[in-house]
Design a protein around this ligand. Structure first.
Ligand SMILES: *Cc1c(COP(=O)(O)O)cnc(C)c1O
Length: 380
């Protein structure tokens, strides 16, 4: 039994548009198809914070048949949601210890990140006399997970290490795909092509591109792509217009409004001196809800904004754990109970990320659990 509240009385609502999510995946799928590649979907971290129990089935309904999570446990949870035999689920973090039987029991495909993991998976597959599938991750510059070049050399010289299981994917991960002009993008694509040519052919394909990688050009698509964040509406290249549809809206009802004037200040640290007769609205969204403290009057020059309908209202003062204050002086329609979009089509995840000095990924995955959640579109 869970003691966690369900927040059904919350004055804040996180609205997730499953139609926009499906459209975004289809856009990526079509882009990949233009280069002869097929698209998978990365749904790690609870579907980038939006709820795997809805995101997984919605992407499946859109046509996606291959999914990747980071953790084995995330993959197991997804398998329960998508039990069909034609759905392939992989976990990226690697075959850590002796959990090979768990991968098999839940029909999860491990990602093999070093020679030891390759040997363990091969030995397990031989023991159960079944050539189970796995992805093989080689490092082309991230220096994080995946086989380092010395182990790729060894594997190229001794391909028998790969006997006994199905090498379904050969993958690597881009370091700077969101910066299209970074020279390392070309270097990684070239190195990936060269290194994979020294290894046996994977049965499903070679896979390099994340979301941003899908927009770099044909040379980055190979046979399949592995987008994540763009499915959830984040811009694959923040310096250009975003081709993705916004997926999340965070709507907060005004809890209280007060009239203030100089020399009063708003919020912790008296950090916001009021300069004119003002109306200050407070909403129940704070940094514990993923509205990052750095988005408030702090070291970042750019100001966070919210919207009442089409009207922009600035966030003022420090962001508290549970509360944020806004200047609604120029929004006479604002009253207690009025809904303010803290995130939405006009103030996107990317815009809040920029005001908070971070990236859209962190905003999405920090959104928190205290909002009432409402899913629209799909079969919601
Ligand atoms: C998270 C992740 C992805 C998806 O990346 P996005 O930038 O969200 O598209 C792809 N591959 C690996 C290995 C990842 O860790």
């Amino acid at each position: 039994m869970s003691a966690l509240p369900d927040f059904s009385h919350s004055p804040t609502e996180l609205i997730v548009d499953l139609d926009a999510l499906a459209d975004n995946w289809r856009l990526l799928r079509d882009r990949a198809a233009g280069g002869g590649a097929f698209a998978t979907a990365v749904v790690k971290a609870d579907g980038y914070g939006l709820g795997i129990e809805r995101v997984g089935p919605a992407l499946h309904a859109a046509g996606c048949r291959t999914f990747f999570t980071a953790h084995l446990d995330e993959a197991i949870a997804l398998r329960a949601l998508l039990p069909d035999a034609d759905v392939e689920i992989g976990a990226l973090n690697g075959l850590l210890g002796d959990e090979a039987p768990v991968y098999r029991a839940h029909r999860i495909m491990p990602t093999l990140n070093d020679l030891g993991q390759i040997e363990r998976w091969a030995a397990f597959c031989q023991a159960v006399e079944t050539p189970l599938p796995a992805g093989l991750h080689i490092d082309t510059g991230m220096c994080r997970l995946g086989l380092p070049w010395q182990e790729i050399d060894r594997l190229a010289a001794e391909p028998a290490h790969l006997d006994g299981f199905e090498m379904r994917y050969l993958m690597s991960h881009l370091v700077s795909a969101d910066a299209p002009s970074a020279p390392i993008n070309r270097q990684q694509a070239d190195l990936f092509a060269r290194q994979t040519a020294r290894l046996p052919k994977p049965t499903a394909g070679r896979m390099l591109a994340n979301s941003s990688g899908c927009f770099l050009g044909r040379d980055w698509l190979f046979e399949c792509v592995r987008p994540g964040v763009a499915i959830y509406g984040v811009a694959p290249d923040t310096t250009r217009p975003n081709p993705m549809r916004p997926v999340v809206r965070l709507s907060a009802k005004i809890l209280q409004i007060r009239d203030v004037d100089a020399p009063q200040t708003v919020g912790y640290g008296a950090a916001y001196p009021v300069a004119r007769p003002s109306r200050v609205a407070t909403v129940a969204v704070g940094y514990a809800d993923g509205y990052l403290r750095t988005a408030g009057a702090g070291p970042i020059a750019e100001e966070a904004v919210a919207h009442i309908g089409q009207r922009e209202v600035p966030v003022i003062g420090r962001i508290s754990m549970d509360l944020t204050t806004l200047d609604v002086t120029d929004a006479p329609e604002a009253t207690v109970g009025t809904a303010i979009d803290m995130l939405g089509p006009l103030n996107t995840v990317d815009r809040l990320a920029s005001a908070a000095g971070t990236i859209g990924y962190e905003i999405l995955t920090s959104l928190g659990r205290r909002h009432r959640r409402r899913y629209v579109g799909g079969d919601a």
